[in-house]
Design a protein around this ligand. Structure first.
Ligand code: CAA
Length: 386
């Protein structure tokens, strides 16, 4: 087993770290406060290859591997979770899905502008009445005699929805077939029949814009079907397996930032004539934070490695992705909680980033499958029972 990273992996890590520390960290609190979408930074990240890390160069991406993606995501998330949310949706939920299931023509047309950061992509599965139970969707795509589909319905909690140019949509094309009646489509948001609702006010990741979207007799052409008709649910689940590695990476980055701030504070802050880090109660917390952080990072890298193998063998990596997401998101929430506690009043103050880490950490336990769904996926795969 080799724990070293390649030259190429270290290079993208260093590019991401430099951009994150110079361009994102100084403005992260302002973006959190205003809730403004960081468009200029995202465009710059695109130029650095960070919006399509695993996308081959012929489709406008950096052509790197899944470990590189994890390393870059960790650096961006350590500076700001909202930037890393936008990055993860572009990279995995959008580009990865199209690369895996799109035709050659679709890849050239829809991946290149998003992987280069010129435009933003989104993924639409969740609806007001269906989140975890994704097959209960009501959004309908009715096939017409000419092969086109007329789409009607709503999708909610769409990350980057307010700014996305293209959206990978999942809609029910044959309700009687349940999960086998769902089809994936490419949506052009400039077209008639597409609408956006209000931007959601959120607890954390406030600079990543989220909204409801609506379809009112939107027409999807036959060449806008992604993969085969009726295969949409499997496409969504396969894409989410990869997406969950992105969220695990995001959680690791956030947890690392909270941990490193805590180390520094516990050395500097004095109480009862000593650094607070010399008290056993603080030391126990620091040791537990370190163990959870390392475990989360290793499991996330393992999942990325499994994904790379799966690209050659076609094997599923659902369990490893769920294990990584569950472990890393719960570690991030716990570490952010302990970090606020060790910082005391300063942890609760907006003068330091700890309260932001605490608010941002919560979403990693919710989106791209809640912790309860991750446990369900792991236990079903392990036991073979349903
Ligand atoms: N890869 C490929 N196929 C898969 C799969 C996977 N990972 N998981 C399931 N399937 C297949 C099954 O093999 C089955 O195929 P057959 O019909 O051939 O038998 C089919 O899909 C149906 O599977 P299930 O019976 O297991 O489906 P289910 O209804 O019991 O649901 C679930 C399973 C795991 C609960 C799933 O619904 C799920 O993951 N729910 C959570 C959804 C989610 O993560 N939503 C987040 C949305 S994105 C987001 O967060 C917003 C954002 O922008 C960041």
């Amino acid at each position: 087993m080799d724990f070293n990273f390649s030259e190429e992996q270290l290079q993208i890590q260093s590019i991401a770290r430099e951009f994150a520390q110079k361009r994102i960290a100084p403005v992260a609190a302002d973006f959190d406060k205003s809730g403004q979408f960081p468009l200029d930074n995202i465009r710059e990240m695109g130029k650095l290859g960070l919006m399509g890390i695993e996308v081959p160069a012929e489709y406008g991406g950096a052509g790197m591997d899944s470990i590189s993606y994890v390393l870059a995501m960790i650096e961006i998330a350590a500076a700001d979770c909202a930037h890393s949310t936008i990055m993860s949706v572009n990279n995995t939920l959008y580009c990865n899905g199209l690369l895996k299931f799109g035709s050659e023509e679709q890849k050239h047309k829809y991946v290149a502008p998003i992987a280069s950061g010129e435009a933003i992509g989104a993924f639409a599965l969740t609806e007001p009445q269906s989140g975890s139970d994704a097959t209960a969707m009501r959004c309908r795509a009715v096939k017409q005699a000419d092969g086109s589909f007329v789409v009607n319905g709503k999708k909610s909690w769409i990350t980057s929805g307010p700014v996305a140019k293209y959206i990978l949509l999942f809609a029910m094309s044959d309700p009687e077939k349940h999960s086998r009646g769902i089809t994936a489509f490419m949506v052009d948001t400039s077209r008639k029949g597409f609408g956006r609702g209000k931007t959601e006010p959120k607890l954390g990741i406030r600079a990543s814009a989220t909204c409801e979207i609506e379809f009112d007799d939107y027409v999807a052409q036959p060449d806008e079907v992604i993969g085969e008709e009726g295969h949409g649910f499997k496409i969504a689940m396969g894409v989410l397996d990869a997406g969950r590695i992105g969220i695990a990476s995001q959680a690791v980055g956030l947890a690392r930032a909270a941990y490193e701030a805590t180390l520094e504070y516990s050395r500097d802050r004095k109480a009862f004539g000593q650094s607070i880090g010399s008290f056993q109660m603080t030391q126990a917390k620091i040791a537990d934070m370190k163990c959870k952080l390392d475990a989360a990072q290793l499991l996330t890298l393992r999942a990325a490695w499994m994904k790379q193998q799966a690209a050659k063998t076609g094997a599923r990596f659902s369990t490893e992705a769920a294990v990584a997401k569950l472990t890393a998101s719960e570690a991030a929430m716990w570490i952010a909680h302990q970090a606020v506690q060790i910082h005391g009043g300063m942890g609760y103050s907006k003068e330091m980033p700890l309260e932001r880490y605490f608010r941002d950490a919560k979403i990693t336990e919710i989106y791209e499958g809640t912790s309860e769904i991750q446990r369900m996926v792991i236990a079903r795969n392990e036991t073979g029972l349903r």
